[in-house]
Design a protein around this ligand. Structure first.
Ligand SMILES: [Zn+2]
Length: 206
């Protein structure tokens, strides 16, 4: 078996052992695996106090930190259309199969989808065999010129809810967490649409 990141051959645990632990096949060698760093929880909630997004997101979990190694792997995944790399992180998301929340990936804009050919968040969930539901659509931002302040704020809301989410408990899934604005914005509109609880998990936290 060859490592999906560095292509070096490596020895896998015997198949009976994988069967016993119900683990998916290994995709990554120990050397590559050891360079990933688990994310340490940083509290950013205070940044949102007094804004419309205060309390919109009920919880946030991130799996890995955005260290140099992750940057390299992630860039390869995101821009070189390396769908195979989604398998590297499949094990990190497979526990979501048992999650009772409605699993909702953050969608890519349709134009982006054309140029990228696939949505990396969907690929992560597909590789982990986690069922998901698409309840969001991304809408194009029209020009900000000649708009009132109120219209400008409303046009920043560039996602819309396209399914019934009344009383639902939702788990948003995204690949990279940077400022957190997108996730909070989406949590906000989901709650406006009647969602009871909105949690989020991201692969990486910058
Ligand atoms: Zn490797």
């Amino acid at each position: 078996m060859n490592c999906l990141i560095c292509s070096a051959p490596f020895l896998e645990a015997p198949s009976w052992q994988r069967l016993f632990t119900m683990k998916q096949s290994e995709t990554t060698c120990e050397k590559c695996k050891s360079k990933f760093e688990k994310a340490t929880d940083k509290e950013h909630e205070t940044d949102w106090i007094g804004t419309i997004y205060e309390g919109a997101l009920d919880s946030l979990t991130s799996i890995y930190s955005y260290n140099m190694w992750m940057k390299q792997v992630y860039q390869q995944y995101k821009f070189q259309h390396d769908v195979e790399l989604a398998k590297v992180f499949a094990a990190d998301f497979s526990h979501l199969k048992k999650n009772k929340n409605l699993i909702v990936p953050i969608p890519l804009h349709q134009d982006m989808l054309k140029s990228r050919t696939f949505s990396q968040v969907d690929q992560l969930l597909l590789a982990a065999r986690v069922p998901f539901t698409q309840v969001l659509t991304k809408i194009t931002n029209s020009s900000q010129i000649k708009k009132s302040k109120k219209e400008r704020i409303e046009s920043e809301i560039n996602y819309s809810v396209c399914a019934d989410v009344q009383s639902q408990t939702i788990l948003l899934v995204d690949d990279l967490y940077t400022t957190g604005t997108t996730l909070r914005h989406i949590a906000f509109i989901l709650k406006e649409a009647g969602a009871q609880e909105v949690n989020a998990i991201t692969l990486i936290r910058a």
